[in-house]
Ligand binder design. Sequence first.
Ligand code: NI
Length: 308
Amino acid sequence: MENPLTSLAYKTLTHSLQAEATEASPALRSLTRRGFLLLSGSLASCTAAVPLAKVTTPATQSTPYPKPAALKLARPPVPSGPVPRNPDMALRSNFSRGSSITFTRVPVSGNYIAITFDDGPHPQNTPRLLEMLSARNIKATFYVIGQSVNNYPAVLRRTVDEGHEIGNHSHTHRLLSKLSDSEISLDLGRCRDAIVKAAGVQPRTMRPPYGGLNVRQREVVYSEFGTPIILWSVDPLDWKRPGASVISSRILTGASAGGIVLAHDLHSQTVDAMPATLDALLRRGFQFVTVSQLLAMKSEPAAAAVQS
Ligand code: NI
C-alpha cells in the first residue's frame, strides 16, 4: 500500500522541480543567446571565451537554490580613515625555485597581492591608470599585446619607467591552444620583440589569452621563453562591462593574500573602478607587488618535517 506521506513528498518534489524547470528555461535561452553575442563581440578580452573552463550545472536537488538577492557575499569590512600608501619594497625576483610553471596564486607568508592589467597598452586608459597607481605607490603587472605595443610604444615606455612589470600576452591575442608549437613560438616571440624594442625590457612571465594553453604547450613555452604561465585567482569579469562598482565589489570579495587579480586596462570602466578598489585593498592591509615579486616570495614547502 502506498504511504500517503511518501506520495505527498514525491508530488511536492516533482512540482518543485517542474516549477524550477519552467522558470529556468526562458532565462537559460536568453543567457545562451546573450552569451553568444558577448562571445562574438568580445574577442579582444582575456576571458571572453575560456575554452578550458568547464561549465558545471548544479545538480538537481530538492532544496531550491537561494535567490540571488538572498546570497550575501562575504565582503570583508574596509577600515575607515586615511588611505595608506603602498610601501616601497625592494624584492628580488627569483622565481626559479619550485617545479611548478603555472600559477593562479602564490602561497606567501604575508598580505601580498598582485594586480594585473591585460590587453593594453591603450592610449587613454593606460596613462589614466598609471596616474592612479603612481598616486598610491602601487606597482602592477601589465600583460600587453604585441600589436598594441607597436601602436603605442610610448605608453609602454612610460609604464616601464614608472616601475611596473611587463608580461607577454601574445602578439595577436589568438587562442594559443589552437595553434601549432611553431605558431605559438612565433606569436610570443613577436610580442617579446615588440616589448624589447619599445621599452628595452624582457617579459619575465606570460599569460595566454583566454587562459588557453594546454599543459604540454606550457612546458614548450617555458622551455623556450623561460616565462612561467600566470593565470589568476580573482576574475571580476570586467570585460563584460558590468559597471565600475560591480567590478570593484567583485575584486574586493575575491582578494586574498597571495592572490593574482585579473583586470583589463583596455576598458575604461575597469580604470574607473580602480581608485575605490585600490584604496579599499590598501585599507585592508594588502601590499601590492608585481607578479614576479610575488613568485619570488613563494613560501617553501615544509619539506624538513616530512624528511625527519
Ligand atoms: Ni587578454
